[in-house]
Design a protein around this ligand. Structure first.
Ligand code: NDP
Length: 276
């Protein structure tokens, strides 16, 4: 199965479909990521705060897959934001991952109450220049926070990783990002199972029409819009299922029907008020 790659605005390429490990038990991470790599995933999305970077690193090491065939993302946790704290935080992540660089490093949340995301962003640009990460981006940034980064640093993020699923489709943000070449990454692409997305008629009908599962339909909905997506599962069958999405294509009418589910329904925290 060939996963399409997207070329980021800094020239680096990212596999459009990856594997997310939020809430993957650290004690199980090595085995579960190992299963994902065996299934064919080559893009892993983790974060310092997930507590499972060591397991990701061990799975990578024992897979024998050449480093340049893998794309690894991790994220700077909120308490480490700042001009001088970002570098030691990334070095600690690299140590846990057993890598000498990551492919993408993100500011995990803007935390506007701290008002440190601009200086943190400048620090990430230095980390990229030093080769500790190939690409840099942000997560959970609104249009206003992105605009401030652009105005005050001139450094354009490669990606913005945000909550995005059919009931929360982020159209305004995506329209802002597109002309800037900021690629959208979807977190919670299956709605984190927090509403019955997979039972929605538009999803179920498309699944029946293609002999696919509802989760496969939702993953296609992301991929066909150019969104970078990394569903999480701790279950081997679902890990395989979520990767097996290149044998069918949703029609324009099916895409439009799923688009119709957008109702501004978040399942996670609001970046403007989150204070964790
Ligand atoms: P997802 O939308 O990927 O949903 C995961 C849930 O869906 C799990 O409960 C999983 O259950 C279930 N599931 C997975 N596959 C299937 C399937 N085929 N059929 C039915 N149910 C399924 O949520 P996530 O929050 O995990 O988002 C994906 C990734 O995004 C994260 O792992 C993380 O890497 C990233 N993320 C980033 C955030 C940020 O702030 N930047 C915030 C949240 C996530 P089970 O495991 O039992 O199979």
């Amino acid at each position: 199965m060939t996963v399409p790659h997207i070329t980021l605005n800094d020239g680096h390429r990212i596999p459009q479909l990856g594997f997310g490990v939020f809430r993957v038990d650290p004690a199980e991470t090595e085995r579960i990521v190992g299963e994902a790599l065996e299934a064919g995933y080559r893009h892993i999305d983790t974060a310092a705060v997930y507590g499972n970077e060591e397991g990701v690193g061990r799975a990578i090491a024992s897979s024998g897959i050449p480093r340049d065939e893998l794309f690894v993302t991790t994220k700077l946790w909120n308490s480490e934001q700042g001009r001088d704290t970002a570098r030691p935080a990334l070095e600690a992540s690299l140590e846990r991952l057993g890598l000498d660089h990551v492919d993408l490093y993100l500011i995990h949340w803007p935390r506007p109450d701290l008002d440190r995301y601009v200086e943190t962003w400048q620090a990430l640009a230095s980390l990229r220049d030093a080769g500790l990460t190939r690409s840099i981006g942000v997560s959970n940034f609104t249009i206003a926070y992105l605009q401030r980064l652009l105005d005050e640093t001139g450094v354009v993020p490669a990606v913005n990783q945000v909550e995005l699923h059919p009931a929360f489709a982020q159209r305004e943000l995506r329209a802002f990002q597109e002309p800037l070449g900021i690629h959208t990454e979807a977190w919670g692409p299956l709605g984190q199972g927090k509403y019955d997305l997979l039972a929605e008629k538009a999803v179920a009908d498309a699944a029946a029409a293609h002999g696919a599962t509802p989760a496969q339909v939702v993953i296609r909905w992301h991929l066909q819009q150019g969104i970078i997506v990394f569903p999480k599962s701790s279950t081997r069958d679902r890990i395989v299922e979520n990767f097996d999405v290149f044998g069918f294509e949703l029609t324009d009418a099916e895409m439009a029907a799923i688009d119709g589910l957008d109702r501004g329904q978040r399942v996670g925290a609001d970046p403007e008020t989150a204070t964790f």
